[in-house]
Ligand binder design. Structure first.
Ligand code: ARG
Length: 485
């Protein structure tokens, strides 16, 4: 036999020792799937994470079937008990998942049949695995969004506490990573609290948008059985059933929303992580990261490496990858269900594990980091941070147009640079050579503390503002832990 034919024979299972075709759908098949077919088809190794959600969906479905007299009350009772027992088996780690049964849904249904017999075979009336998996996955993602939101709140809290401690801690504010103007460390940290606040509102919106129930869409077209989709939707805590059966079984934008939310957060966390790496380097020395979130080197005894921060920075990449992967997988799929969408899970599960771990690590670092206020203050003395304050003084006291004041200040900075002095260490006589109308009270304006205190515009860095902003952030973000499903 030519090699090509031999291969085909093997892949169609002709040489196999006649194991039975799949018991769940094998009625029209005469030979079992090729080994690699089973391998490519099986998802149970990863979708077993949906077991609790699958069982919840099946229980709601069976109860509705009984209520609508599609199955008997006694069959429903057996199904409910059987599923509860299986849930306990799975929790106890005693459940054996089999690749031959493809996915978590068929594994559980097959086990139910082992336990209760015929009633189990009525459970799949008026539903399909297509609406079954869409329902279970939505339940999983919904819960993941709730945990995500809570973890974001934990990090916000840690940052707010540090901001309160450092409301008046002066540090150099940077643009282009170059010294720009004095700011407070508290103000800097509260910037992240705002970013995380938007991350939370994105997560809450995603949760609300995805909170519709696909169950009862059946394979794609609905079902002739007199089901009550509102009843199952309500039992599972959804706001409503999905309005269109084709949409219900085929779209995965709710999963995409989750990954996008996580990707934005991963991006935000990577920025804070990068700052922690910079701040904790001896050259900066602005913060010390806690022992519990740093590591030593096996060769250089002096080292304290910010590995956790670096990993948070690095792990953003795999979350972005999952987002691209999910978009590419969904692109161009015709309605309705396609097996491609089985590929929606691993990227999302990995994203969830990654982002939750990153949030835990970041919260640990944020809680335990210690600001070195003296080092930060010393750093404000380099880089002419109050040059803008000098220009502002010229505008206000001498009524100079800002562009002219900018030019005069530039010359003062050049002079200070030549003399290797700070701006406030220049002599009044030197400044008067540049602008004769300058008076001695200009020096007050050149101090870092005056500069900070003056920035009282809404959202500005003045210590009084930062204290108030921290209070507002507490009220806005940390008040209502309750009311979360
Ligand atoms: N494991 C499948 C998935 O995740 C379940 C749906 C399979 N449906 C089907 N008709 N083959 O998408």
């Amino acid at each position: 036999m030519p090699a090509k034919l031999r291969l085909m024979a093997r892949s169609t299972g002709k040489k196999a020792k006649k194991p039975a075709p799949n018991t769940m759908w094998g009625g029209r098949f005469t030979v079992p799937p090729a080994a690699a077919m089973t391998a490519i088809n099986a998802s149970v190794s990863f979708d077993k994470r949906l077991a609790a959600q699958d069982i919840a969906g099946s229980k709601a479905h069976a109860a509705m079937l009984a209520k609508k007299k599609i199955i008997t009350v006694s069959d429903n009772a057996k199904i409910q008990q059987g599923l509860d027992k299986i849930a306990a088996e799975i929790r106890a780690g005693g459940f054996v998942f089999s690749d031959a049964l493809e996915d978590v849904h068929m594994n559980i249904e097959a086990r139910l049949a082992e336990r209760i017999g015929e009633p189990a075979r009525r459970l799949h009336t008026a539903r399909s695995r297509n609406d079954q998996v869409a329902t279970a996955f939505r339940l999983w993602v919904r819960e993941a969004l709730t945990h995500f939101d809570a973890a974001l709140e934990d990090l916000q809290k840690a940052l707010i506490v540090q901001a309160e401690r450092n409301a008046a801690t002066a540090m150099p504010g940077l643009t282009h990573l170059q010294p720009a103007q004095p700011i407070t460390f508290g103000h800097h940290l509260l910037a992240y609290v705002e970013m995380l606040g938007r991350d939370r509102s994105r997560a809450q919106a995603a949760r609300a948008r995805g909170n519709e129930c696909p169950l009862g869409a059946a394979a794609l077209a609905g079902t002739p059985f007199p089901i009550d989709r509102a009843m199952t939707a309500k039992a599972l805590g959804f706001a409503a059933p999905c309005a269109n059966s084709l949409d219900a079984v085929s779209d995965r934008d709710f999963a995409l929303d989750y990954i996008y939310c996580a990707a934005v957060t991963a991006m935000h966390l990577s920025r804070l992580a990068e700052e922690m790496v910079i701040w904790s380097s001896p050259q900066f020395g602005f913060v010390q990261l806690p022992d519990a979130w740093t590591t030593g080197s096996s060769i250089m005894p002096q080292k304290r490496n910010p590995d956790a921060a670096e990993l948070v920075r690095g792990k953003a990449g795999r979350v972005f990858g999952a987002l691209g992967g999910m978009l590419a997988m969904l692109k161009g799929l015709p309605l309705a269900y396609n097996k491609d969408t089985q590929e929606d899970k691993e990227g999302l599960f990995d994203t969830a594990a990654t982002i939750m771990l990153c949030l835990t690590a970041m919260t640990g670092m944020a809680k335990g980091m210690k600001a070195d206020k003296a080092r930060m203050l010393a750093a404000t003395e380099r880089g002419f941070l109050t040059a803008t304050d000098l220009a502002d003084w010229l505008v206000r006291k001498l009524n100079m147009p800002f562009r002219d004041a900018h030019h005069v200040t530039g010359r003062a900075v050049k002079l200070a640079e030549q003399k290797n002095r700070r701006l406030d260490q220049l002599k009044l006589a030197d400044l008067r050579k540049i602008e004769p109308r300058v008076t001695a009270d200009v020096f007050k304006a050149l101090s870092v503390q005056t500069s900070l205190r003056a920035r009282t515009s809404f959202g500005g860095t003045a210590p009084e503002n930062v204290k108030a902003a921290a209070r507002d952030a507490r009220r806005k973000y940390l008040s209502a832990r309750k009311g979360r499903a």
